[in-house]
Design a protein around this ligand. Structure first.
Ligand code: ADP
Ligand code: MG
Length: 585
């Protein structure tokens, strides 16, 4: 309740207080607002999406220059040029994104510096854009013929802060938003559930750039003048500072970080030159020291400390009567759903999987066991489309898929869990499981921005809740996944896979690292799923775990199938005992 009225109350209070502001304080509020809009984009891009950009100032510049050029040369109204500024910047960001977003590690941040610098020098050398002297004489922004000046321009800026805030919040609170929140380090998992991660990265990159462009549009008409200086690399670094100081994963942190940095700069510029006797960019020394301290002692920024004193939001109830999601037509029991024929995978001279042949029928549980290094994980990757075989064929539900992209596997209902659990610790069980149903939703980011995706959202969440109840974790719906024990996390992964409406459920060493009790629970769950008619393939090292669970066993060693049959037969098989049990212990 307190949370619900908090935001409108803050907005009203800020509006009332703004009447008391001196012109000087209004100027500070303007610059805080302008920066907040950019930093909100950075929170989405860097803090949540994990893509570090030093180049946001260049997008601010694109927005500012677009409107400067169109309003002064062609006399267009700023209310038209805002759309041009957004479109030009979106296109620019899309092109830059195509070239750079595939870069990994430190190369992406480095490339953002490169284009941050090059756009700066480019604009400085184009005479049509005024070169280093810039362009002046931009018109006022008017509403019903009245130019916005002073206090009313501050309001305009903060209306856009609000729009930026809501746009990012709505995007994050959606089907794509859940995937965006998992982008950092979880792309293999996302791809396995049919998420196009390259597209998502482009989406948040363009969104952040468009917000920057809006800030640039406002800035240009506030000053009625543009030149390249405020859009250089230095400004880009400062925006990133603001995001980190405020708390790079928090939307309120964006406004907090912008406020802190701008207020400190303002103070320092007044005070330090008096102390040092020189007027150099003293604030940069202070920012540098602050940055080091924050990274050292509070890498989450300042907002988590403040959040501790605020009431926690109550989890939203999950609606039950939601619209139904598409359900896959299940293969008839007994029909082959996955057929591997001669699958071979070589790593250089090493043949990790050699001429693997087996058949999995609908409604069966097939176990693939073997000692460490036998080639189980490699086989698993071949069966899920992560690796492509050198030879052999793989058929799923009658379709040849050995060379198909990973998304095709998800489309056909080949759904997996991970040996090393792939959950985001800070995401609730409910949302983690809902990621599994990504492919079953249709509504895109644009619908999400205007919250037109609510019906489908309700359906996705209701489905996730059903799967969580199905695996027996109903009591943990809103608990962060990271708070659960490993055994429960594995079960959450199974629920996430079930949320995708699988034709085949593939489990990669589900019992690895579990305690005895946890193994029993997992065993019980898998038996139940088999009784429901689920088709399952388990790759497992632990022989006891699979013995009275699976219908059939395939034993591999050194990449080759050395035995196949009923569990009881395998237990008696001498070759298996030698190869497998001999290696173990
Ligand atoms: P398991 O999962 O049964 O323990 P793996 O499939 O992980 O076995 O490995 C089978 C063999 O292939 C091992 O000898 C391993 O070192 C090798 N191997 C696995 N992945 C790679 C890779 N990406 N590059 C080179 N060798 C690999
Ligand atoms: Mg393995």
């Amino acid at each position: 309740m307190i949370r619900r009225i908090a935001s409108p109350a803050i907005v009203l209070a800020a509006f009332a207080i703004s009447f008391l502001f001196s012109p000087y304080q209004l100027t500070l509020a303007n610059f805080i607002g302008l920066a907040s809009i950019v930093v909100l984009g950075l929170v989405l891009l860097t803090g949540i999406g994990g893509l570090t950009s030093f180049g946001q100032a260049a997008f601010v510049g694109m927005g500012a220059y677009t409107t400067a050029w169109l309003t002064t040369r062609f006399g267009l109204s700023p209310w038209l040029t805002i759309f041009a500024a957004m479109a030009v910047t979106a296109l620019g960001a899309w092109l830059i994104g195509m070239l750079t977003l595939g870069l990994s590690g430190h190369y992406l941040p480095l490339s953002t510096m490169a284009w941050g610098l090059s756009l700066f020098f480019l604009v400085g050398n184009i005479t049509a854009l005024g070169g280093h002297d810039g362009m002046s004489g931009l018109p006022h922004i008017s509403v019903f013929g009245a130019p916005l000046e002073g206090r009313s321009f501050t309001w305009l800026i903060w209306v856009f802060v609000g729009i930026a805030f809501i746009s990012v919040k709505n995007l994050l609170d959606s089907r794509n938003g859940r995937a965006i929140r998992s982008l950092r380090g979880k792309t293999v998992m996302l791809e396995a559930f049919g998420v196009d991660t390259a597209r998502l990265k482009t989406l948040i990159f363009v969104h952040a750039a468009v917000l920057a462009a809006i800030s640039g549009w406002l800035y240009a008409h506030l000053l009625q003048f543009v030149n390249p200086t405020p859009f250089g690399l230095g400004a880009g670094i400062e925006y990133l500072f603001m995001a980190v100081i405020g708390g790079a994963a928090s939307l309120w942190g964006a406004i907090l970080g912008a406020s802190i940095l701008i207020l400190i700069r303002d103070t320092v510029q007044d005070v330090i030159p008096g102390l040092l006797g020189s007027a150099g960019a003293a604030e940069n020394i202070v920012f540098g020291v602050m940055m080091i301290l924050i990274l050292q002692f509070a890498s989450g920024g300042i907002s988590p400390f403040i959040a501790r004193f605020l009431p926690r939001a109550a989890p939203r109830a999950v609606p039950d009567d939601a619209l139904a999601l598409d359900v896959r037509e299940k293969p008839e029991p007994g029909r082959p759903v996955m057929v591997a024929d001669g699958l071979t995978k070589r790593f250089g001279g090493l043949t990790a999987v050699n001429a693997m042949t087996f058949e999995l029928d609908a409604g069966q549980i097939l176990g693939v066991i073997g000692p460490n290094g036998a080639g189980k994980s490699t086989l698993f990757n071949l069966l899920t489309g992560v690796l492509k075989p050198n030879e052999g064929t793989l058929t799923v539900c009658g379709k040849r898929v050995e060379n198909a992209p990973q998304s095709a596997f998800c489309e056909l209902g080949v759904v997996r869990t991970f040996q090393h659990v792939q959950l985001r610790n800070d995401m609730s069980v409910l949302e983690s499981v809902a990621v599994g149903a990504h492919r079953r939703g249709r509504d895109g980011a644009l619908k999400a921005l205007f919250r037109l995706d609510r019906r489908e959202e309700a359906a996705l969440l209701a489905n996730a809740k059903r799967q969580i109840e199905r695996v027996g974790l109903a009591g943990h719906l809103h608990v962060p996944a990271g708070n659960l024990a490993l055994g429960q996390q594995r079960i959450v992964e199974i629920a996430r896979a079930l949320a995708a409406d699988p034709a085949i459920l593939l489990l990669d060493e589900p019992a690895a690292g579990l305690r005895y009790k946890e193994k029993q629970q997992l065993h019980g769950l898998l038996s139940n799923l088999r009784d429901e008619g689920m088709t399952i393939l388990i790759v497992e090292h632990d022989m006891d775990f699979v013995m009275n669970l699976v219908d059939r066993l395939v034993v591999v060693n050194f990449g080759e199938k050395i035995a196949e049959g009923l569990p009881a037969e395998i237990q008696q098989n001498e070759k298996v005992q030698q190869a497998y049990l001999g290696v173990e212990e």
